[in-house]
Write a protein that binds this ligand. Structure first.
Ligand SMILES: [Zn+2]
Length: 129
């Protein structure tokens, strides 16, 4: 059985639902949700509401901690590459893989191995072949 973890939404316990209720009738309380898996906040919050609550409380501090963007990031032809494929576009019915520059609209065919290789395009969008 996978490990249970708590929703990281700081106000999770204040959202009143049946599944958060604990305790006997004369001593009821609501608790933070606990699950093996969550879908929000990268697997750390039980709902969009709790994700939003987290961001409201911690979002600005997270930006300050990890560093704010203080000058514009720039997309040029050099870092505008993406991998793409066309379905059944080859004569044999296979996929045609290619790299596509979404600034210049240039296309260059690549092999399926190059398509599957995560180093073909850098995380910054530069072509690496
Ligand atoms: Zn929650």
């Amino acid at each position: 059985m996978s490990q249970l973890k708590y929703c990281q939404g700081p106000k999770c316990h204040t959202h009143d639902t049946k599944d958060r209720k604990r305790g006997p009738k004369d001593n009821k309380r609501n608790e933070t949700r606990r699950r093996s898996h969550f879908y929000y906040l990268n697997g750390n919050a039980c709902s969009m509401q709790c994700q939003g609550d987290w961001f409201e409380v911690y979002g600005s501090r997270a930006l300050d901690h990890f560093g704010r963007i203080t000058e514009p990031k720039v997309l040029t032809a050099d870092n505008a590459w993406r991998k793409r494929y066309d379905w059944r576009s080859r004569e044999d019915g296979g996929y045609q893989h290619y790299v596509y520059n979404h600034l210049t609209e240039e296309q260059r065919p690549i092999t399926e191995q190059q398509y599957d290789n995560e180093n073909t395009i850098t995380p910054n969008g530069q072509l690496n072949i």
